[in-house]
Design a binder for this molecule. Structure first.
Ligand SMILES: Nc1ncnc2c1ncn2[C@@H]1O[C@H](COP(=O)(O)OP(=O)(O)OP(=O)(O)O)[C@@H](O)[C@H]1O
Length: 655
């Protein structure tokens, strides 16, 4: 027996769908489809259809890799929505609910209404509904009360957002629904926003996992937010070709040229005016350390951060077993007493079953040292897995590190995933920024170190692992222990040995490092240039707050702006020269060099020259985006570069 409200709804649906006018509203368009294309009859309400267990399993199997990732996001979303009466559905591309989180207390009502595992919410079967219509339109949608086609659903409110796989294929729908809700449609505004946001998060988590062995450029319009929410993500290979683009990237960066609508396979450097060099510079500068802005041909400006491939490529096995004079370690330094001591210590630790803690200021080469330890060891052919604890979102770090087992998610459907700890089995796990690891995970990590076994999420039995852990921090872990944010017992487990990397300003092998890095950068840029003695003097006399990383950036910049044969003092950042007169003459060589470089053009006093002032102001206004500054000043980019060089102006990210 139909209620009055249902009868009125049926009349309204019939009137709209038979009006013969083209419907613009997505809900009305769907009503027309239901009647005309699928032959559904609104006057015959149909109960929700739940598919059989065996069929449900088939649907789950199709996307089982995705279910685990999605589940993590669903659980977080549920925590936020459960209190206000919502349940969550994850459907596949056919509209079958392959995962579900709801309140067991209402299980009967939920099942009856189709808000349940196995429900079929395809438009062809259920009529207009959030899931089914979202599948057709591939866009977020609210289907509130009488928006539903079928009169048996008009008490429900549902909000759905589409999910795409890492290569852009349509995967399914994330949906939040409630059995009852206030009548104004506006009441669903926040729910729609939440489900859209979490769909994006789930997609992005799946993207990062899928492309874990690739470089990933994350872009956002706010520099300070890029680390936590890169709206746009592009995965690329070592040749700079795009291999993956998330939904944000597909929306924002297309069409590129009107010829092709796909980003995949295109050189990443072509997408941004600044080219590939700028992106490698961001990658080298480390996570969010670089403020280089990237601009598209459409004039959009973004800030970027580059995630490195998580698993370093395997190196060929060394021809001879590691010896105390391990070459990879030896190459780290020249004739510096502190570094020589460190290398001797490190060589003794190679192949010893101790965990190592590396301390050093940012950019001193902590990861480089960890890799060298690995490559010098008998584990060199096994994986070296680097994890930046500060870079992985807290919500993902547990499953990323520890993995999860088959059956953890959705009634045992997932195949499970080996976490990074297991992936490092037999090799080295490098835990960078260990001071940023959440406390509860420190406890779990302690168990791994103490028992040499890992317990994946959902597992009953731990899995044995054999690995060496090298942890690093530029923060004072003892201070963190005193503040209560770092476990003392974990600290002692990690520091089987502590290696202190000296800051570059204290190293006496700067000469050696300059030559090595110049050769390496030159090889990468396909160029070579000799370092003028005066320029070398400036490099030797500088304080290097950014350590080896900064030195590397400065050399790269110099190689790019020099005449191709010689690097002269004026090819170096102004700051190096500005510091020269005050720099104490550490060695006679530096004093000579300093005296030799009163290069007038390059040592101009900031502000004294109106051209320099105008140029610098324009660059600052455009956050050091050369293209934008060139456009404002009405000159070409090459002119800007020439003027910067002439006036010794260097972007802050290269300092
Ligand atoms: N001994 C070295 N030889 C050549 N390059 C080095 C050396 N040490 C550091 N580098 C370079 O300096 C940069 C920073 O190195 P690395 O990332 O290891 O430093 P870090 O101290 O771990 O940095 P962070 O504090 O950001 O974690 C990299 O580009 C690396 O290649």
């Amino acid at each position: 027996m139909l209620a009055q409200s249902q009868r009125e709804h049926i009349d309204h649906v019939l009137a709209v769908s038979q009006a013969g006018e083209p419907a613009t509203d997505p809900i009305h368009r769907s009503w027309v489809r239901c009647v005309n294309d699928y032959g559904l009859d609104p006057s015959r309400p149909t109960r929700a259809h739940i598919v059989e267990q065996a069929r449900l399993r088939e649907h789950q199997d199709q996307i089982e890799d995705f279910l685990g990732v999605a589940r993590t996001g669903m659980e977080q979303l549920y925590k936020r929505m459960a209190g206000i009466g919502y349940v969550l559905l994850l459907t596949d591309a056919h509209g079958i609910a392959v995962d579900f989180i709801g309140n067991d207390a209402w299980a009967r009502e939920l099942k009856h209404s189709g808000l349940y595992l196995g429900a079929d919410w395809s438009e062809t079967r259920a009529g207009t509904c959030a899931v089914g219509t979202c599948i057709v339109d591939k866009a977020p949608i609210t289907c509130h009360h009488t928006d539903h086609f079928d009169a048996s659903h008009i008490t429900l409110t549902c909000n759905a957002a589409p999910l795409f796989d890492p290569t852009g294929g349509f995967l399914g729908v994330l949906d939040v629904s409630a059995l009852t809700s206030p009548s104004p449609r506006d009441s669903q505004h926040l729910a729609l926003h939440m489900v859209t946001m979490y769909a994006q998060m789930v997609e992005d988590a799946s993207f990062l996992r899928y492309f874990r062995d690739r470089w990933v450029l994350r872009l956002g319009s706010a520099w300070s937010m890029v680390d936590v929410s890169g709206e746009i993500m592009l995965a690329f290979d070592a040749d700079g070709l795009i291999v993956g683009a998330n939904s944000g990237a597909r929306r924002a960066l297309r069409p590129l040229d009107g010829v092709t609508d796909t980003l995949i396979g295109r050189p990443l450097g072509e997408v941004f005016r600044e080219g590939m060099d700028a992106i490698w510079r961001i990658a080298r500068a480390g996570f969010s350390a670089d403020r280089t802005a990237l601009s598209t041909s459409g004039g959009e400006v973004y800030y970027g951060a580059v995630l490195q491939p998580r698993v370093a490529p395997l190196r060929p096995a060394p021809a001879v077993a590691a010896t105390p004079a391990a070459p990879a370690l030896e190459r780290l330094a020249g004739n510096d007493p502190q570094m020589q001591r460190l290398i001797a210590q490190a060589s003794r630790l190679v192949n010893r079953p101790v965990n190592i803690l590396v301390h050093g200021e940012t950019g001193t080469g902590k990861e480089v040292l960890a890799k060298a330890l690995h490559e010098s060891s008998s584990r060199a052919t096994k994986p070296f897995v680097a994890v930046n604890c500060a870079a992985i979102p807290e919500s993902l770090i547990e499953s990323e590190l520890f993995g999860y087992t088959a059956g953890t998610f959705t009634g045992g459907r997932s195949k499970g995933m080996r976490g990074l700890i297991q992936q490092a089995d037999g090799g080295t796990l490098f835990l960078d920024e260990i001071g940023d690891m959440p406390l509860h995970l420190q406890t779990r990590l302690l168990r791994v170190l103490a028992e040499r076994e890992v317990l994946p999420l959902g597992a009953e039995k731990p899995v044995p692992v054999n690995l060496t852990v090298v942890a690093a921090s530029h923060r004072d872990l003892r201070k963190l222990i005193a503040e209560g944010s770092f476990r003392e017992d974990l600290y002692y487990r990690l520091c089987g040995a502590i290696l202190y990397l000296p800051p570059l300003r204290e190293r006496r092998d700067r000469d050696y490092l300059i030559d090595r890095l110049l050769a390496a950068e030159g090889a990468e840029l396909g160029t070579s240039a000799a370092l003028d003695p005066a320029a070398r003097g400036l490099l030797l006399g500088y304080d290097w707050p950014g350590n080896v990383r900064q030195l590397r950036n400065v050399l790269r910049f110099a190689l790019a702006v020099c005449d191709g044969e010689h690097i002269l003092p004026q090819d170096l950042p102004a700051e190096l020269m500005a510091s020269a007169p005050q720099a104490p003459s550490r060695t006679p060589a530096i004093a000579t060099a300093t005296a030799a470089v009163t290069a007038p053009a390059a040592v101009t006093t900031p502000g004294a020259d109106p051209v320099r002032g105008e140029l610098e102001a324009a660059l600052r206004r455009h956050h050091w985006n050369i293209t934008a500054a060139a456009a404002e000043l009405g000159v070409c980019r090459a002119t800007i570069y020439r003027q910067m060089k002439r006036h010794g102006i260097v972007p802050p990210h290269l300092l």
